[in-house]
Design a protein around this ligand. Structure first.
Ligand code: GLU
Length: 511
């Protein structure tokens, strides 16, 4: 029987979730669902100095907003709990000690000033920041350079120490990446990474391998920025005797700045005026001040559009199709169609996806978000049915959720201002008289049906020998306030007789 697919998203809770992170979640999720596998969320919080309160809750909220719920997580639990690495602390030391016994890792007692002096001593023009590797190893205070007795004594004395991997001097580590194909590294270029820190916490490198093994992860999809760490991980899998269980790797391409020049950063978003995080994130600075980074959600993106857009940043199904539901993505997604090269982020395209998704969405499903946006602007909505009708009528005109505020406000409130400048130049007595007749006509109506109103309005214009085209724009401005909005008689139909008559009167008084 084939092994059950198990994938994981393993974020470190250090801040808001970059859209690249959400895309990693998405590709993991799609693969798991398609293969009938499990999707695990593991919180990698071993670096306590980078831990940011609230970041873990943000991740849960974000996955929930996107509809990409994990099967196993610190919240949901699962057969391999705990899923928060800080709670697994005690588990990792044995593996690090095993590696020391095997000669694949060593104790290092170097103090910060000794590390600093090493960097000074070995600095050259070609190598301005020397790393802790096979070139310097023998000259440092570690169990490779010290005698067995010295090492034992330091350990017995409780001298603070870390455990480092002993990277071979000149070996080639090769693996097959599901996106990149065969990838090779020379181990001599990689430093002796710390595996276990002086406080007993594992580093990411040890913890990720141990947990992927213990949690029976079969496929590890992660951002390309982790590719340089892969030789360390591959060797750890080998040294721990787990090569046969090693997951298949896929390093996902970077999401690039709009001009293609480097990785898209939070700063690019601030500079160019678009979100880079999934949801709003507030950074608390040391001086007590806060900084808000805008998110796609708060900017008015629908999760369906956000997900769809992310899926297409680096993948397509081989056709021209761009709009996909989550179910379609689950069906069509394939890791070998993920591009090797980075994907340029295009905010206009992102908005296009949202516009398309707003058009596709049922008015009812947009209701709560639209209501929130309107209430934020002080427009109170009491009539749910009316709201739904209005949404259906104006959604074609909205790209982001806040666009509904302008497009729908006049259905719920009398305009405060009218674009009289657009009426006045062509205004005359005949039109004034015509609109007075329109008021009478409207007041006599016992039914209130848009098509009938339109017909009545046109007949009245014909009787006065006025071209309907000449009075439709004024009517629109009277009802809406400006030159926009859906069909003017549909608007009249929704706002009702009294309000229609009232608005026409108000404008006539000002002309
Ligand atoms: N904790 C790593 C991160 O923050 C996970 C990398 C991986 O998936 O191996 O991205």
């Amino acid at each position: 029987m084939a092994e059950k697919v198990r994938v994981r998203f393993a974020p470190s809770p250090t801040g808001g979730l970059h859209l690249g992170g959400v895309r990693t979640v998405l590709y993991n999720y799609l693969f798991a669902r398609q293969q009938g596998g499990d999707f695990v969320l593991r919180i990698e919080d071993t670096d306590q100095s980078r831990y940011v309160p609230g970041a873990e809750e943000y991740i849960y909220e974000c996955l929930q907003w996107c509809g990409l719920q994990p099967d196993e997580s610190p919240q949901a639990g699962g057969p391999y709990a705990p899923y928060r690495q800080s709670e697994r602390k005690e588990l990792y030391r044995q593996y690090a000690e095993f590696l020391v016994q095997e000669g694949k890792a060593y104790y290092a007692f170097d103090r910060p000033e000794e590390l600093e002096s090493m960097r000074e001593r070995f600095k050259t023009a070609e190598n301005p920041s020397p790393q802790y590797d096979h070139k310097v190893r023998q000259q440092m205070r570690n169990s490779c350079a010290l005698t067995f007795e010295e090492t034992e004594r330091l350990l017995a004395d409780g001298v603070p120490h870390v455990i480092r991997i002993r990277m071979p001097e000149n070996e080639t580590v090769t693996f097959t990446d599901m996106i990149r194909g065969e990838v090779s590294f020379n181990t001599g270029l990689v430093d002796d990474k710390v595996l276990l820190k002086a406080d007993g916490m594992p580093t990411y490198h040890l913890a990720v391998v141990v947990d992927d093994y213990l949690m029976k992860i079969t496929h590890a999809f992660r951002g390309e920025e982790w590719l340089p760490s892969s030789p360390v991980h591959i060797l750890l899998w080998k040294y721990l005797g787990w090569s046969a269980q090693m997951p298949q790797w896929a390093h996902l391409p970077l999401i690039l700045k709009p001009d293609g020049n480097g990785k898209l950063s939070k700063r690019d978003g601030d500079r160019l005026g678009f979100p880079v995080f999934a949801m709003n994130w507030t950074t608390r600075k040391e001086d007590g001040s806060t900084e808000l980074t805008k998110g796609f959600r708060e900017m008015g993106f629908l999760p369906e559009a956000f997900i769809n857009m992310l899926a297409m940043l680096g993948w397509n199904d081989g056709t021209d199709q761009e709009l996909f539901t989550l179910d379609e993505l689950i069906e069509k997604f394939s890791i070998d169609r993920v591009h090797k090269g980075g994907a340029k982020f295009d905010f206009e395209k992102a908005k296009w996806f949202n516009h398309e998704w707003i058009k596709r969405s049922e008015a009812g499903s947009l209701k709560s978000e639209v209501r929130k946006a309107m209430e934020l602007q002080g427009i109170s909505i009491t009539d749910e049915t009316k709201l739904e009708t209005v949404i259906a009528l104006v959604k074609e005109r909205c790209t982001l959720i806040p666009d509904f505020v302008d497009q729908a406000r006049f259905f719920f409130e009398t305009p405060e201002q009218w674009d009289l400048a657009a009426i006045k130049p062509k205004w005359n007595e005949a039109k004034q008289a015509f609109f007075t007749d329109v008021i009478n006509y409207l007041q006599q109506q016992t039914s209130w049906v848009p098509t009938e109103l339109e017909q009545g309005f046109k007949e009245l214009a014909a009787a006065k020998q006025i071209k309907p085209g000449d009075v439709l724009l004024p009517l629109r401005i009277m009802l809406v306030g400006g030159k926009f909005g859906p069909g003017v008689f549909e608007i009249a139909g929704i706002i009702g007789k009294d309000e229609t008559v009232n608005r026409i009167k108000r404008v006539l008084e000002q002309l």
